[in-house]
Design a binder for this molecule. Sequence first.
Ligand code: S3P
Length: 447
Amino acid sequence: MSAHGTPIPMTSHKCGPLSGEAHVPGDKSISHRSLILGAMTVGETRVTGLLEGQDVLDTAKAMQAFGAEIEKKDGTWHIHGVGVGGFAEPENVIDCGNSGTGVRLIMGAMATCPITATFTGDASLNGRPMARVTDPLALFGAKSYGRAGGRLPMTIVGAADPLPVRYATPVPSAQVKSAVLLAGLNTPGETVVIEREATRDHSERMLAGFGATITSENSDEGRVITLQGRPEFTPQDIIVPRDPSSAAFPVCAALITEGSDVLVPNIGLNPTRAGLFFTLQDMGADLTFENMREEGGEPVADLRARFSPDMKGIEVPAERAASMIDEYPVLSAVAAFASGKTHMPGVKELRVKESDRIDAMAVGLRAAGITVDEGEDWWTVHGRGFGDVPGGVTVQSHLDHRIAMSFLVMGMATENPMRVDDGQPIATSFPIFETLMGDLGAKITRA
Ligand code: S3P
């Protein structure tokens, strides 16, 4: 929803120890994809563990506008889809709220249907670049009419006779890759996406699960993903795993909060998503993977995080960026409590997320007493070590859930409280954040 209510300031006070189990909500990426692919499948797809954050609810509403029937009964989401190529033309503007994943994937899915749809979002989403998806969608034959700079609100006129596409993504983005693959579904022949750096592969896994013929192989050009168009989809029963990007917050909070010992059960460790956890281990965090197992074809573990006062700053490998792209804000908060510098190269994409995340974090960290250096595609946080981070400031969340949560986590260990001007965006991805952290022992107040 674009309507943004009165800001909700939140303050996080020094606390500790944090202890207990943190049952974080379902994976946001997988939740969006379950709804979209379910909506493109005739028959009933059932989804449990769906993230009921605003981003995903907006995608559910959008899928209803394109003709799918979606309802929640007894904790399970039931989706009756319209089939590949079966989308109806929405009667109204599609409001994707804060969600780049929602709007970009839906644009891809409808771009090869003979319909027209207009998309909008909140102030954050309407400022984000859409040409990265409309450029490849134009190759299928879709037309787009947006604001200057390829911004929303934007109308997409779907291609009536789509042509198959071979597309090398110019930026490492699972949203772009997924938009092209979803457009390829209602396109005859083979759609090929090539990505130089592997990004999260949930679309590929789920497309195969629904019955598409899709292959991925590594070549000199990078990862080559080939999809056969016009598949016969079979409805699925999907159990959405818990979100490693949400798990990051209680894990990082435990590492910097004196005496903490927190278990975060059932977290997917898909290698395209788990980069933060390996980075924290490289910094010397007391973070272990317990009960390693396979579930639904994905590696899963219970994460145990204990207070780690002796973490050291490191050089985060640039090639790890895609697998932890959403976790840099909270990593930078942890890095403030490590000794020495944490250098994070290869992260230009952070500048076009829900906010410019390098800028949003750097401004707040500096105000809280931390030195931060930055360039267009890198930044360095100069850690002060545990017990020496002043805090005591109000920072702006810029309509960005991960910025708000990162500063609230930081405030659990700064000498003085950290206040964010608006914690409302947290509901887009982690609606139970305040209660979950409070149950562990955090002191977050609304003021
Ligand atoms: C997502 C891809 C990433 C990530 C976002 C979710 C997805 O965005 O930041 O939170 O579900 O495909 P980019 O594709 O822009 O890297």
